[in-house]
Design a protein around this ligand. Structure first.
Ligand SMILES: O=P(O)(O)OC[C@H]1O[C@H](OP(=O)(O)OP(=O)(O)O)[C@H](O)[C@@H]1O
Ligand SMILES: NC(=O)CC[C@H](N)C(=O)O
Ligand SMILES: [Mg+2]
Length: 503
C-alpha cells in the first residue's frame, strides 16, 4: 500500500504535505517523496526511508511553492531503489509529476505498447512510471497549448480504457494544477478536503481522511470510482466521472488492516468496522467454542486492539494489554523481506508475564497472513506462562495473492494457502484457532455503507474484480516478487541506469 497527497493552496504547502505524509506513514515505510511547483519549476525530494528521515531542513526549504504532491511507498512492483520512490516526473507534455497508490495488472502490456504506440521511454521497472507516461501520452493527444478541464478529463477517460488494476493517483501539471483520480472500481481509497482561508479556498486530496483532518482541512467527500478531480493552480475545482462502467468495489483489506482506525473510507468508519468485526467474531467464538474456558482476551498490538476489546465484551471476559509495543518500530507486515519481518516481531512486542501466568489466553489479531506474527507471539505467550493459548483472527483465511497494491505476490508464502484451519493451528502451535467467516467480515464492513454491493475480496476467495488475473499471471508475479526472488536480487536491483539524483 502507499499513501498519496496533493494540495493546492494560497501559501507554501511544504509543511502541510510533510504533515499529511507523516499521518499516512502506516501505508508505506520504504520511501517518501514530495514534489512542489514554484515559478513553473518542479522542486523534488524523494529517498528511501521514513518521512521523518527523508526530509531535512534543507530539503524543506527547497520545496517552495503553493501547490504540490507527496507519496509514501510500500513497493508492490519493480524494485525498492530510491529511483522508484515517488513522485515520478516526465517533462512532456507541460511537465508532469505523479504519485500512485495501487498496482497495475497489465503493466507488461502497457510497457510494450508505450514503446510501439507512444514512443515513450520509462527508465525504471515501476508500474507507476508507466501509468504516468500513459497519462502524459493521452494529454499529448489533446494537442492543446491551453489545457482545459475537458482535455484533462478526456485523457483520464482514455487512461481508464488502457490501465487495469488498482490506482488512486495524484498528478501535478506545470502551469495548470493538480489532477486526482481513482480506478473504475475505486479499489484504493482517495478523499477530497477543502479549507476556506482569507486568501481563498484551498483543496487537498489524500489516500485517507485522517490526512485531511491532520492538516486542518475539512473532509468533503470520497473521490468516486472512475472520477477525476482537477484543481487549477488558482484554486478552482472541476470534477467529472470519466467512465461509463465505474462501480464501487473497495478493497476489504483496507478496513481489516491497512487504514488507520480514525479514517473514513467510502463513508465507512474504519474504527466502527473493526468494532463490528470484533462483535461478529466474538459471537462466532461463543457459538463454536462454547465449552472453552477463556480467562483473558489479549490483542496483538496495534491494529487488532479495537477488535479485541469488542470480543472481550461480547464474551464477557477481561481485556488486557498483555503485550507492550515498542513505539519506535514500524509495521511488520509491510517490511520488505521475511527475515526482517521475523526479527521485528520480537523487537516490537514484549509480553507482561503477569497477564499470562497460569491463564487460558485468547490472543486476537486482525489477520494472519504469512503467520510470522502469530507463530512467534504464541511462543512468547507460552514462555510468559500461559496455560492454554487460543488464537482468533478477525479476517478469514488469506489464501490468494494480492495484485492490487498489497505485497502478497506468492500463494506459497501465505500460511493458509492449501491448508485447513487444523493444520494452520498446528503450524502456529496454538491450542485452538478460529477465523472470521467471509460473509461476516463483509457484513461488518457493509453495515457502514449498505449501498456498496461488492468488495474486492480476492485474498480471501480468489475472485479478482478486474477479471484479467489468471494462473499464468500469478505464476509470473510469484517468479518476480516472491521473497526468494527478492533475496536473489532480481526485484531489488535496478538493471537500468539510475538517473535519479540522490542529494
Ligand atoms: O501473519 P503475518 O504475516 O505476521 O501478518 C499479519 C500481522 O501483520 C500485521 O501487523 P503489523 O505489525 O504489520 O502492524 P500493526 O502494528 O498495525 O498491527 C497484522 O496486524 C498482523 O498482526
Ligand atoms: N503499494 C502501492 O500502492 C505501490 C505503488 C506502486 N505499485 C509501487 O510499487 O511503487
Ligand atoms: Mg498487527
Amino acid at each position: 500500500m502507499c499513501g498519496v497527497v496533493g494540495i493546492v493552496a494560497h501559501s507554501p504547502v511544504n509543511q502541510a504535505l510533510y504533515d499529511a505524509l507523516t499521518v499516512l506513514q502506516h501505508r508505506g515505510q520504504d520511501a517518501a517523496g514530495i514534489m512542489t511547483i514554484n515559478d513553473g519549476m518542479f522542486k523534488l525530494r524523494k529517498a528511501n526511508g521514513l518521512v521523518r528521515d527523508v526530509f531535512e531542513q534543507k530539503h524543506m526549504e527547497r520545496l517552495a511553492g503553493n501547490w504540490g504532491i507527496g507519496h509514501v511507498r510500500y513497493p508492490t512492483a519493480g524494485t525498492s531503489t530510491s529511483a522508484e520512490a515517488q513522485p515520478f516526473y516526465t517533462n512532456s507534455p507541460y511537465g508532469i509529476a505523479l504519485a500512485h497508490n495501487g498496482n497495475l495488472t497489465n503493466a507488461d502490456e502497457l510497457k510494450e505498447n508505450l514503446k510501439s504506440e507512444a514512443r515513450r521511454h520509462v527508465n525504471t521497472s515501476s508500474d507507476s512510471e508507466l501509468l504516468m507516461n500513459w497519462f502524459a501520452h493521452e494529454l499529448c493527444e489533446a494537442n492543446a497549448w491551453d489545457l482545459t478541464p475537458k482535455d484533462i478529463f478526456n485523457a483520464v477517460t482514455k487512461l481508464h480504457n488502457k490501465a487495469r488494476g488498482a490506482y488512486a493517483v495524484v498528478a501535478s501539471i506545470v502551469g495548470f494544477g493538480i489532477v486526482a483520480f481513482r480506478d473504475v472500481y475505486g479499489i484504493r481509497p482517495l478523499v477530497l478536503g477543502r479549507r476556506v482561508t482569507d486568501l481563498g479556498t484551498e483543496y487537498m486530496v489524500a489516500s485517507e481522511s485522517v490526512a485531511v483532518d491532520a492538516v486542518g482541512f475539512e473532509f468533503v467527500r470520497d473521490v468516486a470510482p472512475g472520477e477525476a478531480i482537477y484543481i487549477t493552480k488558482e484554486g478552482e475545482l472541476h470534477s467529472q466521472l470519466c467512465s461509463d462502467t465505474a462501480e464501487l468495489v473497495p478493497c476489504l483489506f483496507e478496513y481489516v488492516y491497512f487504514a488507520r482506525p480514525d479514517s473514513t473510507i467510502d463513508e465507512i468508519s474504519v474504527y466502527a468496522t473493526r468494532v463490528r468485526m470484533g462483535k461478529k467474531l466474538g459471537e462466532k467464538i461463543k457459538r463454536v467454542w462454547n465449552e472453552l474456558e477463556i480467562d483473558v482476551v489479549i490483542p496483538i498490538p496495534e491494529t487488532s486492539c479495537d477488535i479485541a476489546v469488542e470480543i472481550a465484551s461480547t464474551l464477557n471476559v477481561p481485556y488486557r494489554q498483555g503485550f507492550v509495543k515498542n513505539r519506535y518500530i514500524g509495521r511488520t507486515f509491510i517490511m520488505p523481506g521475511q527475515q526482517q519481518r521475523r526479527k521485528s516481531v520480537r523487537r516490537k512486542l514484549n509480553a507482561i508475564s503477569s497477564e499470562f501466568e497460569g491463564k487460558n489466553v485468547l490472543l486476537v489479531d486482525d489477520s494472519v497472513v504469512r503467520g510470522t506474527t502469530s507463530e512467534q507471539i504464541i511462543e512468547m505467550a507460552r514462555d510468559a506462562g500461559a496455560k492454554n493459548v487460543y488464537f482468533a483472527s478477525a479476517a478469514p483465511e488469506i489464501r490468494f495473492p494480492n495484485v492490487y497494491g498489497i505485497d502478497m505476490p506468492s500463494a506459497n508464502e501465505l500460511i493458509a494457502y492449501g491448508r485447513e484451519v487444523e493444520e494452520i493451528c498446528q503450524l502456529i502451535k496454538a491450542d485452538g484457532l478460529i477465523f472470521q467467516d467471509l460473509p461476516d467480515l463483509i457484513e461488518a464492513v457493509k453495515a457502514g455503507n449498505p449501498s456498496i454491493e461488492q468488495f474486492e475480496s480476492s485474498v480471501f476467495n480468489g475472485e479478482y474484480i478486474t477479471k484479467d488475473v489468471n494462473q499464468a499471471y500469478l505464476d509470473h508475479l510469484d517468479a518476480l516478487r516472491s521473497d526468494s526472488a527478492k533475496d536473489s536480487g532480481s526485484a531489488n536491483q535496478s538493471s537500468s541506469l539510475d538517473i535519479h539524483n540522490f542529494s
